[in-house]
Structures are given as structure tokens and as C-alpha cells.
Design a protein. Structure first.
Lengths: 207, 330
């Protein structure tokens, strides 16, 4: 079974179990999306803050809240689950940005903007310009690609992951990536190629 | 799912690390160039012919193919995360400017195309969540890729959204789905300006007098209001349309301040709502008057009266032959 299908059916089964009160199922449910949320958080943080905040902390915070508020979650599908997680993440992200900017008061505009940005990726994930004929499973497949990508990146060695995130997802130039990673431009380019090849092979394995 | 990287390395055939090694050792600038070239193609929005591309580099094809696997996936999935990339048919549809009825764009379901112009296509659409009709203006894909144009589009739609006036078509939302940028505004039923002009021409031909005796068919409400020099809003149900302030209601004062830096501070946005049309004219035109000349202090203090500066341009060109508009009178 392709990994993305497995992920979806897993998620929906786990959701049922968790809603029936199975605590380990909830843990697994969250764990399956750790990489995805971390990547999303990281990309968003990169847009808002110059300083390097650990996305993992943000995800941890989100998980805590997800644990606490899980009884309020009513959905049954993977899409609903991811959307819910993303909302929690957006709220935490807004808190964080506010904190770094040193303003105590709530910044409604900021929150709205952040929510919109996360929402934008969510809309895209949930099906870009969904044509009539595109089936729910096709939409889901698109959606899960991002989850899968995050998972794959999580499996790469750190330097590989860094170069792909910085150069490709954050679209920084090679000199800028080299500066951030403390390497030469040549070595970063080389690293980039190896990372791409490794990712390509990982994909081949997963099929 | 839980396999660590070490597990992965152990379970991966030896060939992989050899390939890793060989790439690393050769530091082949040719591969780097080829991959960068392919990436540029992907970023350009085209779907490159992968086989043909690989065939151009037979010596490095194996190593290159692996890199391309990674690159394509990253581009596709990463684009969803970060910079939205449309899938092929949808992008093609948007590029050709034809979004099929019943397609969904954000929260909206396309009903039909109303009209098209240089800056996009306007659709009639339905927002099921709120059960209302909207006019959806979709920016051409090429324009959406141009950062400058996109910024301008956003600035202008934000400005329009800040204007609250019964004679200015309200903007509900600016949205983006993948590479398709759009904004939703109130759908206004009414008559097209060219129909109004035709009415007027017919009327003048018959009577020679602007207040023409109704030997001709009765002019429309808009035509009548043009003849009397006041461009009144067309009201149809809850819809409104109009171009210039009608008597009794002053135009919105003080254009919104959009400029974030001083070099843009003179960029004024003038929203031009026009009558929405049945046969082809866009519902709303934006004109940004780049006022290169120094403005009086009052104007700079954003108490600028739109009436004094409203550029008549297109509207008057369409109607000048018929009747001199008195829309700019104070």
C-alpha cells in the first residue's frame, strides 16, 4: 500500500480510537504529524522572525494543547485533524511573534495575518483549484504529499535537511545558505546535490 | 515511519552510498548546473520534459535522475507548504483565463464569466458558505508571478476594501489559491456602459436635445442620469452601482494611506466602480493616479477630495461624444 494511503487510513483509525479514550492512540496521532508541523512552523517562523527559534518547541507547545483540548475536536477525517492542528499552531505562532517583538498587547492584525498565511497553505494543501472531477482521494493525496515531504526531510541527516529547507523551501541563495550554515558556497552546492539524490532514493524506497 | 536515519542507512543497498560517494568525490559541476537548470524550469512554472532533459546528459544521467526525483518532489510538495504551485490542468486553465463553471476558487464557486480586460477576468461566482453572489476578479497568472504587479494588486485591493461608500463597490476578500490571485467584490446587476451609451446616442439622434422627448424608447435609468449630469447608482435588489457621488452624499474623503514608505506616498488609488455588465465590461476599474506633481498641503494631509481628482479617462471617452459629463463639478 502506498505510504500516503497508509497514513490516511492510519490517521482515521487512530482518531476513532483516540476519541474512544485510547491515550496511546492520541500520542501516535500527534507523533505522526510532528515533522509536518515542525516544518510548517519553521517556514512560518522564518518569515516572521530573524532569530532562530526552535520550531520543535512550538510543536511541543501545540501538542500539549492538542492533548488538553482533544475532547473538543469533533472531526473524523485526516483533513479535519490537520486543519485543527494547524489552527493551534497558528495561535502559538502569533503568541511567539508577539513575544519576540516585545509587545504585550494582543495584536489582532498579526494574528489574523498569521492565520491567513497558515490558512493559505492549508487551502492549497486541501486541493488547489479543485476541479469538479477531482475525487476526494486525489485531493487527499495532494494534501499528504506535504506531510510525506516533512517526514522524509526528518529522516535525512541534519545538514542535508538544512540545505534543502534553506535553499529550496525558503528560497535563499547559495551564498546566503553558505553563510547561515558556516560553509563554503561550493560545499553547500555539493551538499544540496547529495541531499536531492538521497531524497530521490528515499522516495523510490517508499514507492 | 519511525525508522531513524541510521536504520535507513543500514537497510539501504550499498549502491546508494556509492552514488553518494561518487557525487561527492566528483563534485561534478555539470550535475550542479543541470539540476539548477531543471529547477529554474520548474520554478518558471513549466513542466519540463524530464526524459528529453536527461537525454541531453547521457554521461551523468543516473546521478542526475536521482537528483531530479528529489527535486521534483520537493518542488511539488514543498510548493504546497510554502509557495503554492498549481497542478497542471488548473494552472493551464487559469493561464488561459478560463476557469470552468462549477470550479472552486477559495470559498467561491464559479458561475460564469462576466467579462475580461487587461488586468484579468471577472467571473460571477457564488459563495455557498454565506449564500451570496459575488463578482470575482481573477488576476492573470503571469501577473500573479510578477512580485511588483502582485504587490500593486494587493495594495489596490486593500485600499478599495477600506473605502466605505454606497457608490463604491465593496471588496469582500482578497484571496489566493495556488498561483491564482483573486478578489471578491459585491456582485452588481445592472446595465453595461456601452448599452447606456447606445441608449444615449439613439436618444440624441432622435431629438438633438439631451432632455430628449421620448419619441425614442425610454432611456434606461443610467442613461437618464447621465443626461441630467448626475451619475446615479443603479439599484437592483440590494445591489448598488455608480461612479460618482450623487447629490446629498459626499464622496469618501481622504484616500486611504497605503504607502509604507515616502517614495510611494504620492501613489493614490482611485477606485472606479463602473456599472457591472451583462455583455463584457469588467465591473470595476482601478486606476492609480501617480501624481508626480507636488500636491497642495491639504491633499498631502490625506484630506484629498476624490471629486477634485477623479480621473474621468475611459468613462468620459466612452461618453464624451454623447454628452459632456459634469461629474467633476464641485
Amino acid at each position: 500500500m502506498p505510504m500516503s494511503n497508509r497514513l490516511r487510513s492510519d490517521t482515521e483509525q487512530l482518531l476513532q480510537q483516540a476519541q474512544a479514550g485510547d491515550a496511546p492512540a492520541l500520542g501516535q496521532l500527534l507523533e505522526n504529524y510532528r515533522h509536518y508541523l515542525a516544518l510548517l512552523a519553521r517556514l512560518q517562523i522564518g518569515r516572521w522572525l530573524q532569530s532562530k527559534v526552535d520550531a520543535a518547541d512550538l510543536v511541543q507547545e501545540t501538542f500539549l494543547e492538542a492533548h488538553r483540548d482533544f475532547p473538543q475536536f469533533q472531526g473524523a477525517t485526516e483533513a479535519e485533524w490537520v486543519h485543527w492542528l494547524r489552527q493551534l499552531l497558528a495561535r502559538n505562532l502569533a503568541d511567539l511573534v508577539r513575544c519576540y517583538r516585545g509587545s504585550q498587547r494582543r495584536d489582532v492584525r498579526l494574528e489574523r495575518q498569521l492565520a491567513a498565511e497558515l490558512d493559505q497553505s492549508s487551502r492549497v494543501l486541501d486541493g488547489a483549484l479543485v476541479a469538479k472531477q477531482s475525487s476526494p482521494s486525489q485531493q487527499a493525496a495532494r494534501h499528504e504529499q506535504a506531510v510525506l515531504l516533512a517526514e522524509m526531510l526528518g529522516r535525512l541527516p541534519e545538514a542535508y535537511r538544512e540545505v534543502l529547507i534553506l535553499h529550496q523551501l525558503q528560497d535563499l541563495s547559495f551564498p546566503e545558505v553558505a553563510r547561515q550554515m558556516g560553509r563554503s558556497v561550493d560545499s553547500v552546492k555539493n551538499l544540496w546535490l547529495r541531499a536531492l539524490a538521497r531524497l530521490g532514493r528515499l522516495l523510490g524506497d517508499v514507492g | 515511519m519511525k525508522a531513524s536515519f541510521d536504520d535507513y542507512q543500514r537497510s539501504t543497498p550499498r549502491v546508494s552510498s556509492v552514488a553518494d560517494q561518487s557525487l561527492a568525490e566528483r563534485q561534478d559541476p555539470q550535475i550542479a548546473r543541470a539540476v539548477e537548470e531543471y529547477r529554474a524550469l520548474l520554478k518558471g512554472g513549466s513542466m519540463p520534459d524530464r526524459e528529453a532533459f536527461l537525454a541531453r546528459y547521457p554521461a551523468i544521467a543516473t546521478a542526475l535522475a536521482e537528483c531530479l526525483d528529489g527535486l521534483e518532489f520537493l518542488h511539488q510538495a514543498g510548493g504546497q507548504l510554502n509557495q503554492p504551485v498549481l497542478e497542471h490542468p488548473a494552472r493551464a486553465a487559469a493561464a488561459s483565463g478560463q476557469i470552468a463553471p462549477d470550479s472552486l476558487l477559495g470559498d467561491y464557486r464559479i458561475v460564469r464569466e462576466i467579462g475580461r480586460g487587461g488586468m484579468g477576468v471577472v467571473y460571477e461566482a457564488e459563495q455557498p458558505s454565506l449564500g451570496r453572489r459575488v463578482a470575482l476578479k481573477v488576476l492573470p497568472v503571469e501577473a500573479a508571478r510578477d512580485a511588483k504587479l502582485l504587490a500593486r494588486f494587493r495594495r489596490e485591493s486593500q485600499a478599495a476594501a477600506q473605502l466605505h461608500h454606497s457608490n463604491i463597490v465593496p471588496v469582500f476578500e482578497v484571496g489566493q489559491q495556488a498561483e491564482v490571485v483573486f478578489y471578491a467584490m459585491q456582485y452588481i446587476q445592472g446595465q453595461s456602459l456601452d448599452a447606456v451609451v447606445q441608449d444615449l446616442q439613439r436618444l440624441r439622434a432622435v431629438s438633438g436635445s439631451p432632455a430628449g422627448k421620448p419619441a425614442a424608447p425610454a432611456p434606461s435609468a443610467v442613461a437618464r442620469s447621465l443626461l441630467t449630469g448626475v451619475f446615479e447608482p443603479v439599484r437592483s435588489g440590494e445591489s448598488t452601482a455608480g461612479a460618482e457621488a450623487q447629490a446629498g452624499e459626499p464622496p469618501p474623503r481622504g484616500m486611504p494611506r497605503l504607502a509604507r514608505n515616502s517614495s510611494q506616498s504620492r501613489d493614490l488609488l482611485i477606485a472606479w466602480p463602473l456599472v457591472l455588465t451583462a455583455n463584457g465590461w469588467p465591473a470595476l476599474f482601478f486606476r492609480r493616479a501617480r501624481l508626480r506633481f507636488g500636491m497642495p498641503r491639504r491633499a498631502r494631509n490625506s484630506s484629498l477630495s476624490t471629486r477634485a481628482l477623479l480621473p474621468i479617462g475611459w468613462l468620459s471617452a466612452q461618453t464624451a461624444s454623447v454628452w459632456p459629463l459634469r461629474m467633476t463639478k464641485r
